[in-house]
Design a protein around this ligand. Structure first.
Ligand code: ADP
Ligand code: ZN
Length: 704
């Protein structure tokens, strides 16, 4: 029969099916190896029994899978993604699969282990052998079996009572936490009741920090599991997963799969298989778990729905919420988007009644933390920490309570500048200032990740003195330790959590014996520690001063979320926000915990500036090593796009030695935007240029 195949080639020009002849039985969703040009490629079958009059159809070289990797629902979803985000279909297929199953990977990566299984046999056994056999709890790992049966192990196999099988290794053991169940507050009970009984299907659970959203999730999940359906529980980034996994596993036991970026290929594969084989009914994971092969989904919970990690940053640049909504339609299941600081997009929809708004306005302990803005224009400060905050830290420690300090910048010094010749060290590829990391004597480009060894010498004048102004978390940690030598200080940022399970380790040690936790925005998210009574936010204006349509939204979210870590239990909480701009509306909304006033003001700005959620937006980024060439191509696209609102082209930071120019497209109509971008792809390929064009539909921030 003839089949259609999408080959593993990311170019948008090759984003179409190619027809091959296949002699074997095959289904849609399987991988095949096919000839293409004078090379071989792996591809995914997207249609079978196709008609074609073309007489030079090539033959499939090898059928790789007997059963489809992706079921019908996921195949359709990939098609929809390809269409919506204007991304190659093969890239969409790949994104949905765990690494070990991606088209070009081979199964060799998957590790097997031997297990002993019981078998029927008529052979006679001695009394000893019989007793031994009956005492085994089969199936069990072969190694364990041999240990328990010693000399009889071989005999039992020979007599046909035991069979050894190679099983894909399932390497994750979920540690169970302790479960505490509460009697619900009336707001929690009301929220659960509304969600269960309402005929709506999409809910926005707007619950202030510490209002007990997790308990609402768990009870909703219980309800769905009882009805025999599956639950998907999405959390942002890896940072929050350990705590959430503990809570979920404490409640529901072991029928859970977990899925996040720090799992190995083998672990991801085994977790994926658990879902595929219907061995679990609840999945806790980060954005990519939205593609798990569920058969009977009853509920999708999306915690911290505003979080930027829900937008994938490489092709296909999907928006997790879109995928959630799409899958919920297929499975006819309810969706709960939850946050203390909902995205403007979600709240605007809830405001209009597109989503059903459910509110938890009260903390479990009835008291929101008290927030103080510290005007840094007026305050004395040591190492960038105001006197007010220092005094509060002292007091807090003297009461044996805990402190969280947020500084959203990692490394030691954000800028390395020679004090004699004023040379600033910059990344040769990106042109932006390098950050000094003291622990490994290196200067790192936070844009492209390149690492340079730093020998404390200026490359230009060979001087050895550098300005020491500015501060990242690494330096803050050093200074805090010098100021509070008896305190137990922990640091959580991308550098300290690179190792597997590092988040979990830092958080559990801090909870048990820590005094001060320093970190980037990671510490603003989800943490629930009863003894934290003080939160200090340093350089709070940092995200506000970025010139991006989403700066205020992102700042509000970080500040409110970080504040929400204080005083969550029986002790009152306090927050100090160090700012140079205490009159900014974001600061004002944060101190009064007034989301609605923030929302209304910010919506007003978005309306005036014609930004989302009032318009649909897409960015096109052109890049090439030749400056003139890339500028010219960007300019041509601008001219081509005369019937849609376009901003730019403007030059943004280079990356990997390529100059980059950006166009921003805006439209009131999603369909029109989509059509226009697709036309633009055609136009771009008609130019036959090697300038790269990168498409980002619905970006939640503009790249700089
Ligand atoms: P949120 O996610 O809304 O910020 P959490 O779900 O983390 O809040 O809950 C905050 C704290 O309150 C947790 O320590 C949780 O165990 C506790 N909690 C939740 N519901 C109740 C309840 N009904 N009674 C007492 N404590 C509760
Ligand atoms: Zn760089």
């Amino acid at each position: 029969m003839k089949i259609n195949v999408y080959i593993e080639q990311q170019a948008l020009e090759l984003n179409k099916p190619f027809t091959y002849e296949c002699d074997e039985d095959i289904s849609v969703g399987c991988r095949v190896r096919v000839p293409f040009g004078n090379k071989e490629y792996i591809g995914i079958v997207n249609e079978i029994h196709v008609q074609s009059d073309y007489d030079k159809i090539k033959k499939v070289i090898e059928v790789i899978d007997k059963t489809p990797l992706l079921n019908e629902e996921l195949m359709e979803l990939a098609q929809w993604m390809s269409d919506t985000y204007v991304a190659p279909l093969i890239a969409c297929y790949k994104t949905m699969l765990p690494p070990a199953m991606k088209p070009s990977s081979n199964k060799a990566k998957i590790v097997f282990e031997q297990w002993a299984y019981p078998k029927e046999s008529d052979e006679l056994l001695t009394k000893h052998q019989f007793e031994l056999l009956s005492s085994l709890s089969l199936p069990m790992k072969a190694s364990e079996y041999r240990k328990q049966c010693k000399s009889c192990a071989k005999t039992l196999i020979e007599k046909g009572y035991i069979e050894l099988r190679e099983i894909e290794k399932n390497s994750i053991e979920i540690k169970k936490g302790n479960d505490t169940s509460f009697s619900l507050t009336s707001q929690q009970a009301q929220a659960i009741d509304t969600i269960l009984t309402s005929s709506d299907s999409v809910f926005l659970l707007h619950g202030v920090t510490g209002s007990g959203k997790t308990e609402v999730f768990l009870q909703l999940a219980q309800n769905v599991l009882d009805s025999g359906k599956q639950v998907l529980f999405l959390v942002p980034e890896i940072g929050l997963t350990p705590m959430m996994i503990q809570r979920v596993s404490a409640r529901f036991g072991s029928k859970i799969a977990i899925y996040h970026s720090q799992l190995s290929a083998q672990e991801k594969y085994s977790q994926y298989q658990l879902v595929k084989n219907n061995q679990v009914n609840i999945v806790v994971g980060t954005r990519s778990s939205v593609f798990m092969p569920f058969s009977n989904l009853g509920l999708i919970l999306m915690d911290e729905e505003h979080d930027s990690s829900y937008k994938q940053d490489n092709t296909p640049k999907y928006v997790t919420k879109d995928i959630v909504l799409k899958r919920s339609q297929t499975h006819h299941c309810k969706v709960v988007l939850a946050s203390a600081t909902p995205s403007l997009d979600s709240y605007a929809r809830a405001y209009k009644g597109v989503y059903k708004l459910v509110t938890l306005s009260q903390r479990i302990n009835q008291t929101m933390p008290k927030i103080q803005l510290i005007d840094m224009k007026k305050e004395q400060a040591i190492y960038g920490i105001s006197k007010t905050l220092l005094d509060k830290i002292k007091l807090c420690l003297s009461r044996d309570e805990q402190v969280i300090l947020l500084l959203n910048r990692r490394g030691y010094l954000p800028i390395v500048q020679c004090s004699s010749c004023k040379e600033v060290l910059t990344c040769p590829d990106c042109g932006i200032a390098l950050t000094y990391h003291k622990a490994d004597h290196s200067c790192i480009c936070h844009c492209c990740g390149r690492v340079f060894y730093f020998n404390q010498e200026c490359p230009k004048c060979h001087g050895h003195d550098f300005f020491q102004s500015g501060m990242g978390t690494e330096k803050l940690e050093e200074k805090i330790i010098s100021l509070f030598p008896d305190a137990n200080v922990y640091r959580m940022d991308a550098d300290s959590t690179r190792k597997k399970n590092a988040h979990e380790k830092i958080l559990s040690e801090f909870e048990e014996k820590g005094d001060i936790l320093i970190g980037t925005q990671m510490v603003a998210k989800g943490l629930d520690f009863a003894r934290v009574t003080l939160v200090g936010i340093l350089q709070a204006d940092q995200s506000l001063i970025r010139s991006d349509f989403s700066s205020s939204e992102v700042s509000y979210q970080i500040l409110e979320q970080a504040s929400g870590r204080a005083g969550r239990s029986d002790k009152a909480g306090e927050v100090c926000i160090q700012t140079f701009d205490p009159n900014h509306f974001v600061m004002k909304s944060v101190i009064s915990h007034d989301y609605l006033s923030f929302f209304k003001t910010e919506m007003n700005y978005r309306h005036l500036g014609k930004y989302p959620p009032y318009v649909y937006m897409c960015t096109l980024i052109f890049s090439h090593a030749n400056l003139e060439k890339v500028e010219q191509v960007a300019q041509k696209h601008k001219e081509y796009l005369h019937n849609i609102k376009v901003l730019g082209p403007i030059q943004i930071h280079s990356r990997k030695q390529c100059y980059r120019f950006r166009l921003v497209l805006k439209s009131n109509s999603n369909e029109f935007l989509n059509e226009t971008v697709k036309k633009c792809v055609k136009y771009h390929s008609s130019l036959k240029t090697n300038v790269k064009m990168d498409i980002n539909m619905y970006p939640n921030r503009l790249e700089e």
